[in-house]
Each structure stands twice: as C-alpha cells, then as structure tokens.
Write a protein that binds this ligand. Structure first.
Ligand code: ADP
Ligand code: MG
Length: 162
C-alpha cells in the first residue's frame, strides 16, 4: 500500500497526473471513496496527465455511465458505477473487455465491481476528519500488473507521503 495525503484539490490532480505517467494500455484503476471525496478531481488530473487536452472537460459520468477520451496515443474510459445496483449491469458495460482491447479504464465507485474486473489498481480517497480540504489517498493493487512498476509508483507519489 502507498499512503499519501493532499491538502487541496490541485494536489490530488497532480498526484493523479504523477500516477498517470506510469499507466500502460490495459490498466484498470478503481476509485473508491464517498461523494465529494475527490474521485472526479482525480480523474481530471489523471486525464490531463495522460495528455487529454485541457479544454476537454472531465466531469462525472453519473448519468451517461461512461465518458471516453482519446489522447491520440490511447483511449481512456471514465466510468461511474454509482447508479448501477447490480454486478450484471456492470458486466454489461464491458469495461474489462475495453481494457483487454488495450484501453485504459478508470472507474468511480469501482469498488462495487472489483470481483469482475480482474487485475487493477485501487485508489481510495477519504476526507480528513478535521481538515476540510485534506484527503487521505491510499493506493493498493489487486493482481500482478503493477509489480514491476510498484517501486517507481512509490517514488512518484513520495512527495505526498504521509
Ligand atoms: N484535497 C482535495 N482533493 C480533492 N478534492 C478536494 C480536495 N480538497 C477539496 N476538494 C473538493 O472536494 C470536491 C471533490 O469533488 P469530486 O471530485 O466531484 O468528488 P467525487 O467524484 O468523489 O464525488 C471538489 O469540490 C473539490 O474541490
Ligand atoms: Mg465523481
């Protein structure tokens, strides 16, 4: 696990961009954390870090379920599972298949679907009890796809270390 802490929204975006620098085709990133924790802010920084043009607005795909961004190098699918009650609905979205095809998939509220997603990175965001703008960011992994990148990721996120 990697523990980090951000004290304003821009820091969460920067952390996400630093993580994005290590992302490869087929990666799935699951974002967990309550409403307002900063999941969409994370995706905004992540997308910018991946090269999505900054005039493309990254917002929560709460009603459309999936937004897709093309960086020119690869395609990022940004999903929000908040409104999906059943695991079968999640499977119908085909997110894992999109990753298998070589795209990158980032999923808000993705923790509800972890069992159908295969190997993935989990980024959990939690609002600090005392400081309104502080977020505890914990990065963990399911499977082995990050084994060879883990030390690099630790170094990349060290400046936000607790
Ligand atoms: N350190 C921080 N990291 C992320 N967001 C923060 C932070 N501090 C304050 N915020 C605010 O919290 C809110 C997070 O909203 P959002 O990213 O939409 O959350 P979610 O997608 O998890 O519901 C934004 O209004 C953002 O400005
Ligand atoms: Mg959101």
């Amino acid at each position: 696990m990697i523990d980090a802490r951000t004290t304003h929204v821009e820091q969460t975006e920067e952390l996400a961009a630093a993580l994005a620098a290590l992302v490869r085709p087929r990666d799935i990133i699951v974002l967990s954390g309550e409403m307002g924790a900063g999941k969409t802010a994370f995706v905004r920084g992540f997308a910018t870090g991946m090269g999505v043009s900054s005039d493309e607005t990254v917002s929560s795909p709460t009603f459309t379920l999936v937004h897709t961004y093309d960086t020119g190098k690869l395609v990022i699918h940004h999903a929000d599972l908040y409104r999906l009650g059943r695991l079968s609905d999640v499977e119908d979205l085909g997110l894992r298949e999109l990753a298998d095809l070589g795209d990158v998939v980032v999923i808000e509220w993705g923790n509800v679907a972890e069992e159908v997603l295969g190997d993935h990175l989990v980024v959990s965001l939690e609002v600090d009890d005392d400081e309104e703008d502080t977020r505890h960011v914990v990065v963990s992994v399911v499977g082995h796809t990050w084994d060879s990148r883990w030390e690099q990721l630790k170094r990349a996120l060290a400046k936000w270390g607790n």
